[in-house]
Design a binder for this molecule. Structure first.
Ligand code: ATP
Ligand code: MG
Length: 723
């Protein structure tokens, strides 16, 4: 057999991993060392050389996009159709398992996946339903509590209230929330994993079947598995399974979502026969980029420790740009992107990464002004848009009347005279009788109410019944098309003024195209509509459809994991933003931020820009900050400081050295002041220090006063009060 294509362009260590005997194996290696490549080639090797049936493999990737890419690569390597392979995210695979075994899992056949918005809506309703008004309960906190329990595999009955009334109430919310979901056949993201775990735990025969079937279990990004995911794998592996896991402890960035990097050690305990392969050559980046990443991550403690080297050559220095404010920063980035694109490079090869989603808006504005096509990966995606969720809610209710979150979403949309009071009485009825809103609506309208309210409800109930009848037997896209029109949604958005309404209608029409192009997963046995709705819910969790236009990629550093680009910008590298304010004081949190920085830097293949702004307006307030401490962790010789042209608004600008002044101390520190510090002047009032220069009697500060603007003052005479 010709194994050349599979083993081609693999180094010795990679080849060892790919061709290893059927025993548990752990590949632990730094960024860009070919972990994902090894995993893909291992699958090809098992199928083609070891003769393992494609049906005998289960491979877990971090995103659906990564799964699609992996399928594509295996298809190219083996030239076999791979749509039936069990390659997907933990959530996707768990979902597939539950669809097949809904009965054993205790779910209705047409169960629906709800996203975190739907989840939050149910929780808000629970809080409102408390007997006493109580603003102690923050919906997002309850949501976090519930999901955290599920991620640990815990049901309400497993939880002890520890005699703490607060905790007792949280557990009660969890319990009630779960009852609502169970009644409505609703499954949230965390529930997918938990149910799939329980399915195997409680069905020995079923588990044995899958243990025989999936002998080879392959997991990418292993460092970010949470407890329930690990437990699921552990169960499936049993005594005979062959797990093949790859990961990098330095890239564990989802602790806040329950991921536990400790699973790397746990794995070695649970599978004492496991061999460990280390990969040390990086194939992605230049030496400069790699050295910078290594220097930054070296500040973390408790690492497994790895050597990483590259033959990529020294390459260009890392360019650090200090911008005046966030607009200036965005203009700088767009200017560089323009040059990149004018030089004939693909825009899709450039990525703009940031710490927090909110940063994208200003960048987007600058891109729009410059007419530079871009796409936000992981932002508000198609399936998350309001009008799309409205249309999907109609479709869901047609397929599943007891879906409370869909019911609440559209019962009065378009407006049909169902007011808050009517809704409240339906909710109380539903609570008192432990039934769905749909049933409650029917009961309330016929018994308790008269007149307008009852008529309005009946109109809605009849509408849904009629939609169900009229779309029965139609193709999926015809169903969708019928529903967006007959529900009144198109009419409703037409009344919304201006471009906004038009966009919404375009989006609704796009949904019909999406339905038309939708190909259900052949493995899942369910109606096309249910398959489409599940697809929408799972897709909304991550990237949007492939863009057909060549465009710049915008995303958070979290979503950039596993990806690579020739040109990368890391924006907003300021203390307080990155590392994030809430992590600065917490050593563990700070280390996680540093790992995120390591992920960010190592996305770059050739060119890396790091930008920060002295002043930034976010969430409506201005703040002044210093360059991120992570910048100062990069050795000087790897960095070239570039600045945008001097701003007209700042005619006088003393050379500003951020974070690292010649003496290694923060600028101003020796003067007893710091950048961004608030001060008060007897005549000019309150202001903020923008700049410090000079020493001793010559020390000057530049202060932006709220009432009179920017002034440069000699520190010795200014008599500033520090605030
Ligand atoms: P990350 O930690 O970021 O997920 P990774 O370890 O999974 O990275 P890959 O994405 O698999 O690394 O590989 C990084 C890049 O190096 C890819 O472009 C890949 O094609 C290339 N590469 C990996 N191994 C080799 C090799 N032996 N020869 C040539 N190119 C390679
Ligand atoms: Mg990878």
């Amino acid at each position: 057999m010709d194994v050349t294509p599979i083993l081609e362009s693999l180094n010795d260590a990679q080849r060892d991993a790919v061709t290893a005997p059927a025993d548990p194996l752990l590949v632990i290696a730094g960024a860009g060392s070919g972990k994902t490549r090894v995993l893909t080639h291992r699958i090809a090797w098992l199928i083609d050389v070891e003769g393992v049936s494609p049906q005998g493999l289960l491979a877990v990737t971090f995103t659906n996009k990564a799964a699609a890419e992996m399928r594509g690569r295996i298809e190219a390597l083996l030239q076999i159709p791979v749509s039936h392979l069990w390659i997907g995210t933990f959530h996707g695979l768990a979902h597939r398992m539950l669809r097949r075994h809904w009965q054993e899992a205790g779910l209705p056949q047409s169960f629906q996946i709800i996203d975190s918005d739907d989840q939050l809506r149910i929780i808000k309703r629970l809080i409102k339903g408390l007997e006493f008004e109580d603003d102690r309960w923050v919906p997002r906190e309850i949501q976090y509590f519930i999901n955290a329990q599920k991620d640990e595999g815990l049901r309400p009955q497993h939880l002890d209230d520890e005699n703490d009334p607060n905790r007792r109430q949280q557990i009660a919310f969890y319990q009630q929330y779960q009852e609502i979901c169970d009644r409505g056949g609703l499954v949230d993201f965390a529930e997918l994993l938990l149910r799939a775990h329980e399915l195997w735990r409680d069905n020995a025969e079923l588990l044995a079947h899958y243990q025989r079937r999936f002998q080879h279990l392959l997991v990418d990004e292993f460092q970010d598995t949470n407890s329930i995911q690990y437990a699921w794998l552990r169960l499936l592996a049993g005594k005979t399974g062959v797990p093949f896991v790859v990961g990098d402890d330095d890239q564990s960035i989802y602790r806040w979502r329950g991921a536990r990097v400790e699973h790397i050690q746990q794995f070695q305990q649970d599978f004492p026969r496991a061999s460990v392969v280390k990969l040390e050559q990086n194939y992605r980046s230049t030496e400069t980029i790699l050295d910078a990443a290594n220097a930054v991550i070296a500040n973390n403690t408790g690492r497994l420790g790895k050597n990483l080297w590259t033959e990529g050559g020294r390459g260009e220095p890392i360019r650090v740009c200090s911008a005046y404010n966030e607009r200036d920063e965005a203009d700088f980035v767009v200017g560089k992107l323009r040059t990149w694109s004018d030089q004939g490079n693909a825009r899709a090869d450039a990525a703009v990464l940031y710490r927090s989603n909110a940063q994208s808006r200003v960048l987007e504005e600058a891109l729009v002004n410059a007419r530079m096509p871009y796409r936000v990966y992981g932002g508000l995606r198609f399936f998350e848009r309001q009008e799309i969720k409205d249309a999907l809610a109609y479709l869901r209710l047609i397929s599943h009347r007891d879906d409370d979150s869909s019911f609440e979403r559209i019962v009065n949309k378009p407006t049909r005279g169902i007011g808050a009071r009517t809704l409240d009485s339906m909710r109380s009825y539903a609570r008192a009788n432990s039934c769905s809103m749909w049933r409650a609506a029917g009961a309330v309208a016929s018994d308790e109410m008269s007149g307008r309210a009852a008529t309005a409800i009946m109109v809605f109930l009849n509408l849904i019944e009629r939609l169900a009848k009229d779309t029965d037997g139609l193709d999926l896209h015809e169903q969708t098309d019928h529903v967006i029109r007959a529900s009144g949604l198109i009419e409703f958005f037409r009344k919304e003024k201006g471009e906004r309404g038009e966009t919404r209608i375009e989006n609704l029409e796009e949904l019909v195209s999406a339905a038309k192009g939708f190909e259900p997963d052949p493995v899942e046995e369910m109606s096309p509509l249910d398959a489409f709705l599940s697809h929408a819910a799972l897709e909304a969790g991550e990237g949007q459809a492939e863009a057909w236009e060549d465009c710049v990629q915008l995303m958070t550093m979290h979503s950039a994991k596993g990806l690579e680009f020739p040109l990368v910008f890391l924006c907003g590298m300021e203390d307080g933003l990155f590392p994030h304010q809430r992590s600065i004081a917490d050593p563990q949190g700070l280390e996680e931020e540093r790992r995120l920085c390591y992920v960010g830097i190592t996305r770059a293949k050739e060119t890396l820009y790091i930008t920060h702004a002295e002043q930034r307006r976010m969430h409506g307030t201005d703040s002044f900050s210093q360059a991120s401490r992570f910048i100062s962790e990069i050795p000087n010789e790897l960095v070239e400081e570039v600045r945008p042209r001097v701003q007209v608004s700042r005619p006088i600008r003393a050379p500003l050295r951020h974070a690292r002044s010649a003496s290694g101390v923060a600028p101003g520190a020796e003067l007893g002041v710091r950048l961004g510090q608030r001060v008060r002047h007897a005549k000019f009032g309150d202001g903020v220090i923008l700049n410090c220069s000079g020493q001793g009697a010559h020390a000057q500060v530049e202060v932006n006063f709220e009432s009179v603007g920017t002034k440069i003052l000699v520190l010795a005479y200014a008599k500033l009060d520090l605030m």
